[in-house]
Ligand binder design. Structure first.
Ligand SMILES: Cc1ncc(C[n+]2csc(CCOP(=O)(O)OP(=O)(O)O)c2C)c(N)n1
Ligand code: SF4
Length: 269
């Protein structure tokens, strides 16, 4: 049961009404429950931020790290004990802004962790500053006249870095979100899911989006499935959220490669 993974005594959740974080957390719990992961064999690793609060609510092992460093902690945990299932939860500020360097190297190494980035398009916890994914033109605490930069296409970054499972979903379409998270947690190797999520309190409020349901509509209107995106040009897609699975391939993961190397060297000494 999903409830077995939820630390009920910690409720109510810290997150604002209409925040996407709770939706993503339930989706992950649903997927690991389907796979029957034991609590003692599972670790949630977080950085800092609103999404980084998720580990407060889990009954599994958890590690609450520092901002931008969820991936290196996860890599260390997985290397030290490859039998653990490691779930790495990052915000967009955490995962691709301050922690972008760690993300590309974990993807390149194909570390066997499941990294779920909740991209709410800003730094939610600290008051709504822009991050590396804030869309061009958006108003944030640090871009009051409209942001002049384009945001990263994080899935493109992870794909180019060598991630063996790369996908994007949204909190608007929970059916697709659940399917993609099912695939990601079952994948052996570095799996990365970017979830476009509402932050009505900061991003929504500053961009004239009246309430949480309107914020979900705003996401829906900018969402394009992969099949449709194939017929659209690059400029048009830069302000859209393309959803679906971009990469799903088999490749030996980092811990297994290391283990094989160690075994092969034993014979030589
Ligand atoms: C090294 C470091 N820099 C800055 C901060 C301040 N800080 C805490 S949370 C946060 C932003 C979090 O944004 P994001 O990772 O996108 O998560 P969200 O709150 O939006 O879920 C920042 C800048 C910090 N805790 N540590
Ligand atoms: S500030 Fe935004 S991201 Fe943080 S809990 Fe509220 S709605 Fe969620």
């Amino acid at each position: 049961m999903i409830r077995d993974y939820l630390l009920v005594e910690k409720l109510p959740l810290f997150w604002c009404a209409g925040c996407g974080d709770g939706v993503v957390l339930q989706s992950i719990m649903r997927s690991i429950d389907k796979l029957g992961w034991k609590k003692e064999e599972t670790v949630f690793v977080t950085g800092i931020g609103c999404w980084g609060k998720a580990d407060d609510y889990v009954t599994t092992n958890s590690f609450h790290g520092t901002h931008g460093r969820a991936i290196p902690y996860s890599t260390g945990i997985k290397l030290a004990n490859p039998d653990l299932h490691v779930l790495t939860l990052m915000g967009d500020g955490d995962g691709i802004t301050i922690g972008g360097n760690h993300l590309i190297h974990a993807a390149r190494r194909n570390v066997d962790i499941t990294a779920i980035m909740v991209n709410n398009l800003n730094y939610g916890m600290t008051g709504g500053q822009y991050s590396g994914t804030t869309p061009k033109g958006s108003v944030t605490k640090t871009s009051p006249y409209g942001h002049v930069e384009y945001g990263f296409d994080v899935c493109d970054v992870v794909r180019a870095s060598g991630g063996s499972f790369v996908a994007r979903a949204t909190v608007y379409d929970v059916v697709q979100l659940n399917k993609i998270i099912d695939q990601a947690v079952a994948h052996k190797g570095f799996s990365f899911v970017e979830v476009i999520a509402p932050c009505p309190t900061q991003f929504g409020r500053m961009n004239g989006i009246k309430n949480a349901p309107e914020m979900l509509k705003w996401i829906k209107e900018r969402t394009v499935p992969i099949a449709k995106a194939k017929d659209m040009d690059y400029e048009e897609l830069r302000t859209k959220f393309v959803t679906g699975v971009f990469v799903d391939r088999e490749q030996e993961d980092y811990s297994t490669s290391y283990k094989r190397l160690i075994e092969s060297l034993k014979g030589e000494n």
